[in-house]
Ligand binder design. Structure first.
Ligand code: GCU
Length: 408
């Protein structure tokens, strides 16, 4: 009897889980119903019919609108120059990687950031590279203590000491530290930095943003997007690395910045935007996830001052993804990460598909959210659970990178 009730309970749970997954996959409006089509008429313009129209007419109009209405002007931060190189010892890596930190000065020297280069000691170059922006600073990107690396200022939510296990429990084991040994074993280098070195992630960024200027004035995300490009310059100039195989990676707020960077700079070999949410991959018209007023209440400094709760928007986020075309884009998602709108983000990929197809790219072939094909140029990955970075996420990031950056 007991066994039978357990079996019934198990069946009930399995069915409800199945229904929940089915609902999550099928209940939301799709791209067509939401009007997400990057090629459709835009502002006073006709629909786009070929690659030349996309490149010469539509893409410049969209870039101008995203800067004017949402992010502000992507700033010219000046040329990047390496002014110091420090070798770093990380005993916990047990020889799996060589680590050095570069001090990178921009333009006339008013701004600088620290790029941590992590390279596999044995792989033959020139190597593919993952350029990462992180929340917690370079020290937190490494597993365990490091010599020669001064502790940088670490944002509160990164946790420290006793808080770290709790942070890992909630946000996943890799929230601050990527699986370095695995990445090295697969023959990739990592170039990681904390973009808050240049524009802080807080209200105190405003003074810096005002100095950086632009017309309209850059928000923090525009500065972080520009920093992906400056990091690219530094990495691409180093003969150990392959300029044609440099991918950018960002989680959440940095996922927003990565999509924005990829929309303005086509040198990246791939863009990974994990759980990028509002003003990342989630379309405003989906009506899911973080609202515009919510993000502006806490993070208005990420945007140009022209963006308000009610300012008119002529663009939506499928067009930002489309501006990345033909660069391969990967969107990572957690099924219960409602704040980041996993369902809407899939529809945004569908809405971007037309631009990829026009440019002769394979774009999105996957039919449902649960069946990623990593060799597509638009890839949607979803695992169970919420906001954070887990081993399953890194397995998916690497499968996507292998499909696009490794010779077959
Ligand atoms: C907040 C913010 C999100 C952002 C996230 C993150 O939750 O509201 O828009 O994506 O932080 O960066 O983790």
């Amino acid at each position: 009897m007991k066994k039978r009730s357990l079996a019934i309970l198990a069946l009930f749970l399995a069915l409800s889980a199945g229904v929940l997954v089915w609902r999550a996959e099928h209940d939301d409006a799709n791209a067509e119903e939401m009007g997400l089509n990057a090629l459709a008429p835009f502002a006073a313009e006709q629909a786009v019919n070929d690659a030349a129209e996309w490149r010469e007419r539509r893409a410049p109009a969209l870039r101008a609108a995203f800067q004017a209405e949402i992010y502000g002007q992507i700033p010219d931060l000046g040329a990047a120059r390496i002014t110091a190189r420090t070798p770093i010892e990380v005993p916990a890596l047990r020889g799996a990687a060589r680590v050095e930190q570069l001090e990178v000065v921009l333009g006339h020297g008013a701004r600088r950031f620290h790029l941590l280069l992590v390279t596999p000691p044995k792989a033959a170059g020139p190597l593919p590279v993952i350029v990462m922006e992180t929340f917690c600073g370079n020290r937190a990107s490494l597993p365990g203590p490091a010599t020669n690396l001064a502790a940088s200022s670490v944002p509160g939510e990164c946790g420290s000491g006793m808080m770290l296990p709790l942070v890992h429990f909630i946000l996943g084991r890799h929230i601050s530290t990527p699986p370095i040994a695995d990445i090295m074993a697969r023959g990739y280098a990592i170039a990681t930095f904390y973009p808050g070195d240049v524009a802080a992630d807080g209200e105190d960024a405003i003074a810096t943003l005002e100095q950086i200027g632009g017309a309209p004035r850059a928000g923090g995300l525009a500065v972080w997007a520009a920093l992906y490009s400056r990091a690219y310059d530094v990495v691409a100039a180093d003969p150990r690395f392959d300029p044609a195989r440099i991918a950018i990676w960002g989680h959440s707020r940095h996922g927003k910045a990565a999509l924005l960077a990829g929309a303005f700079d086509h040198r990246f070999a791939a863009v990974i935007a994990h759980q990028s949410g509002r003003f990342g991959a989630s379309p405003l018209v989906s009506g899911n996830g973080e609202r515009r007023d919510q993000i502006l209440k806490n993070y208005s400094y990420w945007f140009t001052p022209a963006l308000t709760e009610t300012s008119p928007l002529s663009v939506d986020q499928h067009q930002l993804i489309a501006l990345n075309a033909p660069t391969p884009v990967f969107l990572g998602n957690g099924r219960s990460d409602d704040w980041s709108d996993p369902a809407g983000s899939f529809e945004a990929l569908r809405g971007a598909q037309g631009a990829y197809a026009l440019l002769g790219s394979r774009g999105l072939a996957q039919q449902s959210r649960s069946e990623p094909d990593y060799a597509d140029d638009l890839v949607y990955f979803q695992r169970g659970g919420g906001h954070g970075i887990t081993p399953a996420d890194w397995r998916a990031f690497m499968a996507f990178l292998d499909a696009h950056l490794q010779p077959r």
